[in-house]
Design a protein around this ligand. Structure first.
Ligand SMILES: Cc1cc2nc3c(=O)[nH]c(=O)nc-3n(C[C@H](O)[C@H](O)[C@H](O)COP(=O)(O)OP(=O)(O)OC[C@H]3O[C@@H](n4cnc5c(N)ncnc54)[C@H](O)[C@@H]3O)c2cc1C
Length: 311
């Protein structure tokens, strides 16, 4: 079996093994919720759901292509018998517009993978900026989101506000290392219980103070009053507090993030997230992510890498 076929089979196996499924064309890997004996909710792995993917109107090029000399045979571009994922089609069309490569000598969709290989291996990644994917991410800790938001170029984030939401949606994330050891696991559960109780007690005390007219906690509006309590109470929440977000990235940014964060040197929790992002993206578009290989580390975890880094 060739390397690419082996990687494709491994990615498929990992995606399914993690409970990955495709619903209405949108890949997702969900993460179950666990509870301590005291009822504190926590998750053991990132949940990754593709919320949006591109939809490309190639036929929309018709009126444009028909306006050129018929001898160029540009309208044939619309009759390519190979259907690509919309994200690949969008980036390929964008790239082919640059050289007006619409005639019979163009690279056809059948050869899209080698077309993108030429672009990414040369570092010409700008056409990859056209296609974006949005995700729901959950089961990720505040320390992971702090690392993820460092990626500025081509990315967008909307993260849960610890000032706005109350303890009712408070959940925690157990690191992979703690899951491996009974004692570490019990210590984690104890910490999560204490953090949840501590947060509740703190919020109650702050509310009492607010009721007594404490100057720094006072507010005219009910929402502002709640924020003032929660923004103070959150100071005791640990890094292992869950911080769900909606995350958007264009393909160029997503490739860079996967390369940085699914690397052997990346922190283990964000590596787990980057792996799931990759698996969902590869399922959605096997061409734009077809040059990646999955490697194994001695600790049983995996890496994702490509020779065409930072396109
Ligand atoms: C293993 C690892 C360890 C890390 N350790 C630390 C640490 O100890 N301390 C710490 O603070 N951070 C650390 N980081 C975070 C790291 O320094 C980056 O902030 C983060 O990975 C974002 O990547 P990026 O800089 O490529 O930015 P992105 O926003 O992902 O940008 C992509 C690319 O766009 C270009 N670009 C983006 N913004 C600009 C700009 N303003 N000017 C010019 N070019 C730009 C760059 O080429 C950049 O690589 C670590 C990251 C990793 C993966």
């Amino acid at each position: 079996m060739e390397t690419t076929e082996r990687s494709a089979a491994r990615a498929e196996e990992l995606f399914r093994g993690m409970g990955g499924a495709v619903q209405d064309g949108f890949p997702a890997i969900h993460s179950p919720v666990h509870h301590t004996d005291a009822g504190t909710a926590y998750l053991k792995a990132p949940g990754v759901v593709i919320l949006t993917r591109p939809q490309t109107n190639v036929r929309g090029l018709g009126g444009f292509l028909e306006g050129f000399d018929p001898e160029l045979r540009f309208p044939e571009y619309l009759d390519d018998p190979t259907t690509l994922p919309d994200s690949s089609q969008l980036c390929k069309t964008a790239g082919q517009l640059c050289y007006a490569s619409f005639g019979p000598r163009r690279t056809t969709n059948e050869n899209a993978a080698s077309y993108f290989e030429r672009l990414t291996s040369a570092g010409h990644g700008s056409v990859l900026e056209h296609a974006s994917f949005s995700f729901l991410l959950y089961g990720i800790s505040r320390s992971v989101t702090h690392e993820l938001v460092r990626h500025r170029a081509g990315a967008g984030f909307s993260q849960i506000s610890q000032r706005y939401v109350s303890g009712a949606v408070l959940r925690f994330v157990e690191r992979p290392e703690y899951q491996e050891d009974e004692k570490l696991h019990r210590l984690f559960e104890g910490r999560a219980d204490r953090a949840a109780t501590g947060y509740e007690e703190m919020a109650e005390r702050l509310l009492d103070l607010q009721g007594e007219g404490h100057a720094m906690l006072s507010a005219d509006q009910k929402t502002d009053a709640r924020k003032k309590v929660q923004q103070t109470a959150r100071s005791l929440l640990p890094n292992e507090t869950e911080a769900p977000m909606v995350f958007t990235g264009n393909i160029r940014a997503l490739r860079h993030i996967i390369e940085m964060r699914a690397d052997a040197h990346a922190e283990s929790e964000i590596r787990g997230l980057a792996l799931r992002l990759f698996l969902c993206l590869r399922t959605a578009d096997p061409i734009l992510f077809g040059d990646y290989e999955i490697g194994d580390l001695p600790d049983g975890t995996v890496t994702v890498s490509t020779k065409n880094r930072k396109a």
